[in-house]
Design a protein around this ligand. Structure first.
Ligand code: COA
Length: 186
Protein backbone atom coordinates (compact mmCIF):
# COMPACT_ATOMS: atom_id res chain seq x y z
CA UNK A 1 0.00 0.00 0.00
CA UNK A 2 1.28 3.47 -0.89
CA UNK A 3 0.50 6.11 1.73
CA UNK A 4 0.84 9.86 1.11
CA UNK A 5 0.02 12.84 3.34
CA UNK A 6 -0.78 16.01 1.39
CA UNK A 7 -0.97 19.51 2.90
CA UNK A 8 -2.84 21.94 0.63
CA UNK A 9 -4.16 25.50 0.98
CA UNK A 10 -7.85 25.97 0.22
CA UNK A 11 -6.92 28.30 -2.67
CA UNK A 12 -4.75 25.57 -4.26
CA UNK A 13 -7.24 22.65 -4.08
CA UNK A 14 -8.36 21.30 -7.45
CA UNK A 15 -12.11 20.84 -8.00
CA UNK A 16 -11.54 17.06 -7.82
CA UNK A 17 -9.68 17.28 -4.47
CA UNK A 18 -12.39 19.56 -3.07
CA UNK A 19 -15.16 17.16 -4.06
CA UNK A 20 -13.22 14.17 -2.69
CA UNK A 21 -12.96 15.94 0.70
CA UNK A 22 -16.68 16.75 0.71
CA UNK A 23 -17.55 13.14 -0.09
CA UNK A 24 -15.29 11.81 2.69
CA UNK A 25 -16.83 14.24 5.19
CA UNK A 26 -20.33 13.24 4.09
CA UNK A 27 -19.47 9.54 4.65
CA UNK A 28 -17.73 10.20 7.97
CA UNK A 29 -20.49 12.50 9.36
CA UNK A 30 -23.65 10.94 7.84
CA UNK A 31 -25.96 12.99 10.10
CA UNK A 32 -24.42 16.37 9.28
CA UNK A 33 -26.55 18.10 6.59
CA UNK A 34 -23.84 20.70 5.80
CA UNK A 35 -21.62 18.08 4.17
CA UNK A 36 -24.30 17.10 1.66
CA UNK A 37 -23.53 20.33 -0.20
CA UNK A 38 -20.24 21.81 1.01
CA UNK A 39 -17.06 21.19 3.01
CA UNK A 40 -17.51 23.50 5.99
CA UNK A 41 -19.29 23.57 9.30
CA UNK A 42 -19.67 26.74 11.43
CA UNK A 43 -17.00 28.94 9.85
CA UNK A 44 -17.21 29.33 6.04
CA UNK A 45 -14.18 28.42 3.92
CA UNK A 46 -11.31 30.89 3.56
CA UNK A 47 -8.48 30.90 0.97
CA UNK A 48 -5.87 30.50 3.71
CA UNK A 49 -7.46 27.39 5.29
CA UNK A 50 -5.09 24.41 5.17
CA UNK A 51 -6.23 20.85 4.38
CA UNK A 52 -4.42 17.74 5.60
CA UNK A 53 -5.30 14.69 3.51
CA UNK A 54 -4.12 11.12 3.93
CA UNK A 55 -4.20 9.09 0.69
CA UNK A 56 -3.85 5.31 0.51
CA UNK A 57 -3.25 3.96 -2.98
CA UNK A 58 -4.46 7.32 -4.29
CA UNK A 59 -7.74 7.36 -2.32
CA UNK A 60 -8.48 9.95 0.37
CA UNK A 61 -9.03 8.13 3.70
CA UNK A 62 -8.44 10.87 6.27
CA UNK A 63 -8.89 14.63 6.33
CA UNK A 64 -8.54 17.68 8.59
CA UNK A 65 -9.20 21.38 8.02
CA UNK A 66 -7.12 24.13 9.68
CA UNK A 67 -8.94 27.43 10.34
CA UNK A 68 -6.88 30.55 11.18
CA UNK A 69 -8.31 32.78 13.91
CA UNK A 70 -7.22 35.57 16.28
CA UNK A 71 -9.10 35.13 19.55
CA UNK A 72 -9.18 37.06 22.81
CA UNK A 73 -8.58 35.15 26.06
CA UNK A 74 -8.21 36.81 29.44
CA UNK A 75 -8.19 40.09 27.40
CA UNK A 76 -5.04 39.15 25.45
CA UNK A 77 -4.91 38.24 21.77
CA UNK A 78 -3.78 34.79 20.63
CA UNK A 79 -3.16 33.34 17.19
CA UNK A 80 -5.08 30.07 16.94
CA UNK A 81 -4.94 27.10 14.58
CA UNK A 82 -8.51 25.82 14.69
CA UNK A 83 -8.75 22.04 14.25
CA UNK A 84 -11.84 21.30 12.19
CA UNK A 85 -13.63 18.54 10.27
CA UNK A 86 -11.40 15.74 11.62
CA UNK A 87 -12.47 12.48 9.98
CA UNK A 88 -11.41 9.17 8.54
CA UNK A 89 -13.24 6.94 6.11
CA UNK A 90 -15.64 4.50 7.87
CA UNK A 91 -13.79 1.73 5.96
CA UNK A 92 -10.41 2.83 7.39
CA UNK A 93 -11.36 3.32 11.05
CA UNK A 94 -8.92 1.93 13.59
CA UNK A 95 -6.06 1.71 11.08
CA UNK A 96 -4.22 4.89 12.10
CA UNK A 97 -5.60 7.23 9.41
CA UNK A 98 -7.07 9.75 11.87
CA UNK A 99 -3.92 9.72 13.99
CA UNK A 100 -1.63 10.21 10.97
CA UNK A 101 -3.60 13.34 9.94
CA UNK A 102 -3.58 14.63 13.53
CA UNK A 103 0.20 14.20 13.83
CA UNK A 104 0.68 16.09 10.54
CA UNK A 105 -1.57 18.92 11.82
CA UNK A 106 0.28 19.08 15.16
CA UNK A 107 3.68 19.09 13.44
CA UNK A 108 2.53 21.84 11.06
CA UNK A 109 1.21 24.18 13.76
CA UNK A 110 4.38 23.91 15.83
CA UNK A 111 6.77 24.41 12.88
CA UNK A 112 5.23 26.04 9.83
CA UNK A 113 3.27 29.11 10.92
CA UNK A 114 3.23 31.51 13.82
CA UNK A 115 0.50 29.95 16.03
CA UNK A 116 0.25 30.27 19.81
CA UNK A 117 -2.10 27.28 20.27
CA UNK A 118 -4.21 24.74 18.44
CA UNK A 119 -7.86 24.70 19.56
CA UNK A 120 -10.75 22.27 19.04
CA UNK A 121 -14.34 21.67 20.14
CA UNK A 122 -15.59 18.10 20.54
CA UNK A 123 -18.10 15.76 22.17
CA UNK A 124 -17.39 12.89 24.56
CA UNK A 125 -17.29 10.25 21.75
CA UNK A 126 -13.86 11.55 20.60
CA UNK A 127 -12.57 13.25 23.75
CA UNK A 128 -10.17 10.38 24.57
CA UNK A 129 -8.90 10.27 20.97
CA UNK A 130 -7.65 13.87 21.31
CA UNK A 131 -6.38 13.39 24.87
CA UNK A 132 -4.17 10.52 23.72
CA UNK A 133 -2.72 12.83 21.07
CA UNK A 134 -1.65 15.42 23.65
CA UNK A 135 -4.60 17.85 23.66
CA UNK A 136 -5.63 19.45 26.97
CA UNK A 137 -9.04 20.46 28.33
CA UNK A 138 -9.73 24.09 29.22
CA UNK A 139 -12.89 25.25 30.96
CA UNK A 140 -13.07 28.96 30.05
CA UNK A 141 -16.43 30.49 29.22
CA UNK A 142 -16.64 31.11 25.46
CA UNK A 143 -18.31 33.88 23.46
CA UNK A 144 -19.00 33.02 19.82
CA UNK A 145 -21.04 34.26 16.90
CA UNK A 146 -24.09 32.24 15.84
CA UNK A 147 -25.05 31.68 12.19
CA UNK A 148 -27.63 34.49 12.42
CA UNK A 149 -24.97 36.97 13.63
CA UNK A 150 -25.87 37.03 17.34
CA UNK A 151 -23.37 36.49 20.15
CA UNK A 152 -23.88 33.42 22.37
CA UNK A 153 -22.13 32.15 25.50
CA UNK A 154 -21.01 28.57 26.04
CA UNK A 155 -20.24 27.44 29.62
CA UNK A 156 -21.50 23.88 30.04
CA UNK A 157 -18.66 21.44 29.27
CA UNK A 158 -20.61 18.21 29.95
CA UNK A 159 -20.48 16.93 26.35
CA UNK A 160 -18.96 20.01 24.80
CA UNK A 161 -15.21 19.99 25.37
CA UNK A 162 -12.74 22.70 24.41
CA UNK A 163 -9.16 21.53 24.06
CA UNK A 164 -5.88 23.23 23.26
CA UNK A 165 -2.53 22.07 21.91
CA UNK A 166 0.76 23.89 22.58
CA UNK A 167 2.34 25.51 19.51
CA UNK A 168 4.57 28.54 20.34
CA UNK A 169 3.12 28.77 23.86
CA UNK A 170 2.80 26.16 26.60
CA UNK A 171 -0.56 24.94 27.93
CA UNK A 172 0.21 26.64 31.27
CA UNK A 173 0.38 30.00 29.45
CA UNK A 174 -3.26 29.82 28.34
CA UNK A 175 -5.06 32.36 30.54
CA UNK A 176 -8.15 31.88 32.66
CA UNK A 177 -11.11 34.17 32.00
CA UNK A 178 -13.52 34.56 29.13
CA UNK A 179 -12.60 33.63 25.55
CA UNK A 180 -14.00 35.62 22.64
CA UNK A 181 -13.68 33.56 19.45
CA UNK A 182 -14.18 36.70 17.34
CA UNK A 183 -16.44 34.71 15.05
CA UNK A 184 -18.19 31.39 14.76
CA UNK A 185 -16.96 28.05 16.07
CA UNK A 186 -15.37 25.67 13.55
C1 COA B 1 -12.51 10.13 15.32
C2 COA B 1 -11.92 9.48 14.09
C3 COA B 1 -11.31 10.56 13.20
C4 COA B 1 -10.83 8.50 14.54
O1 COA B 1 -10.14 8.08 13.39
P1 COA B 1 -9.47 6.62 13.22
O2 COA B 1 -8.84 6.65 11.87
O3 COA B 1 -10.44 5.54 13.49
O4 COA B 1 -8.42 6.66 14.40
P2 COA B 1 -6.99 5.91 14.45
O5 COA B 1 -7.13 4.53 13.86
O6 COA B 1 -5.95 6.78 13.86
O7 COA B 1 -6.77 5.78 16.03
C5 COA B 1 -5.69 6.41 16.70
C6 COA B 1 -5.79 6.06 18.18
O8 COA B 1 -6.98 6.64 18.73
C7 COA B 1 -7.82 5.62 19.27
N1 COA B 1 -9.19 6.02 18.94
C8 COA B 1 -9.79 6.06 17.73
N2 COA B 1 -11.05 6.53 17.84
C9 COA B 1 -11.24 6.78 19.15
C10 COA B 1 -12.34 7.28 19.90
N3 COA B 1 -13.51 7.63 19.30
N4 COA B 1 -12.20 7.43 21.24
C11 COA B 1 -11.04 7.09 21.85
N5 COA B 1 -9.96 6.60 21.19
C12 COA B 1 -10.06 6.46 19.85
C13 COA B 1 -7.38 4.33 18.59
O9 COA B 1 -7.70 3.23 19.38
C14 COA B 1 -5.90 4.56 18.44
O10 COA B 1 -5.25 4.32 19.67
P3 COA B 1 -3.70 3.86 19.74
O11 COA B 1 -2.87 4.97 19.13
O12 COA B 1 -3.45 3.68 21.19
O13 COA B 1 -3.62 2.60 18.93
C15 COA B 1 -13.00 8.66 13.29
O14 COA B 1 -13.62 7.76 14.18
C16 COA B 1 -14.07 9.50 12.63
O15 COA B 1 -13.89 9.98 11.51
N6 COA B 1 -15.24 9.67 13.31
C17 COA B 1 -16.39 10.37 12.75
C18 COA B 1 -16.17 11.83 12.60
C19 COA B 1 -15.93 12.51 13.95
O16 COA B 1 -16.69 12.35 14.90
N7 COA B 1 -14.87 13.35 14.01
C20 COA B 1 -14.51 14.10 15.19
C21 COA B 1 -15.09 15.47 15.15
S1 COA B 1 -14.73 16.40 16.63
Amino acid sequence: MVEELKITRERDLSAEQAEEIRQLQHEAFPNEPNFVHHRWYGTPLSDDDVWFGLYRDGKLVGSIRLVHRNILAGEKQFRIAGLANVCSSPLARGTGAGKRCMLAFQDYITKEEDFDFGMLFCGSHVHEFYKKLGWHDIDNEVLYETSDGNIAVSKDRTNNFIMIYPAKMSVEQFPSGQINLNGRTW
